[in-house]
Design a protein. Structure first.
Length: 202
């Protein structure tokens, strides 16, 4: 197996298992996922092991590889961690780059992708590779839950565009407050998000 094959399989598998199509605690079979990804079982298994190390998947002796269980405390911790990372070094944010506008997000655009892009942009200018990797991991682990937020929060597009506007302006105090407000809104709906996570998604 070449590094290129592994990387391609790893990225495809990560997109699949964080898509929100699987319930927390659901058991994953390498062979079935290999069929979905049109890949060999060996690189899929190796990729699953790496995702366990990243806490995107879990491994138990009884059930093997599973989608991580979601509970209220775990989800609150993830939201707080993600928000803390986003403003970990705000003094270095200078607003560089092209600003995302609310009108740029059409109904067909993926608000989850836009959210991840903004959170990465908040730390991308810091040029701290470790911090960027942490934000990327937080995005991976929150992705499935973020696909549910639009059922409970109707103004996500304006909210994300507002964060991006403050980043672009370099308004650091206002940006801190906006990220804190973003986090509090999610903390307020954690019980509902946990419940939705365990429902069928068709």
């Amino acid at each position: 197996m070449t590094p290129k094959v592994f990387e391609r399989t790893y990225l495809a598998l990560k997109r699949e298992v964080t898509s929100g199509r699987y319930k927390p605690g659901q058991r994953l079979q390498a062979r079935s996922l290999a069929d979905v990804l049109n890949a060999s079982t060996s690189p899929v298994t190796n990729a699953m092991r790496q995702l366990v190390g990243e806490r995107v998947l879990e491994y138990t002796g009884e059930d093997g590889f599973i989608i991580p269980w979601v509970n209220e405390q775990r989800l609150r911790d993830l939201f707080r961690w993600s928000a803390w990372l986003a403003v970990a070094s705000p003094e270095e944010i200078d607003g560089a780059g092209v600003q995302l506008q609310a009108d740029d997000l059409t109904p067909d655009d993926d608000i989850v992708v836009a959210t991840e892009r903004v959170f990465l942009a908040l730390v991308g200018q810091v040029q701290n590779a470790e911090l960027i990797r942490q934000v990327d991991n937080a995005n991976d682990r929150l992705r499935a839950v973020r696909t549910l937020e639009n059922r409970l929060i109707s103004d996500q597009r304006d909210e994300i565009a507002g964060l991006e506007r403050l980043r672009h302006e370099g308004n650091k105090p206002a940006l801190r407050r906006a990220v804190s407000r973003y986090c509090r809104r999610r903390l307020d709906i954690v019980p509902q998000l946990v419940g939705l996570s365990y429902q069928d998604r068709h």
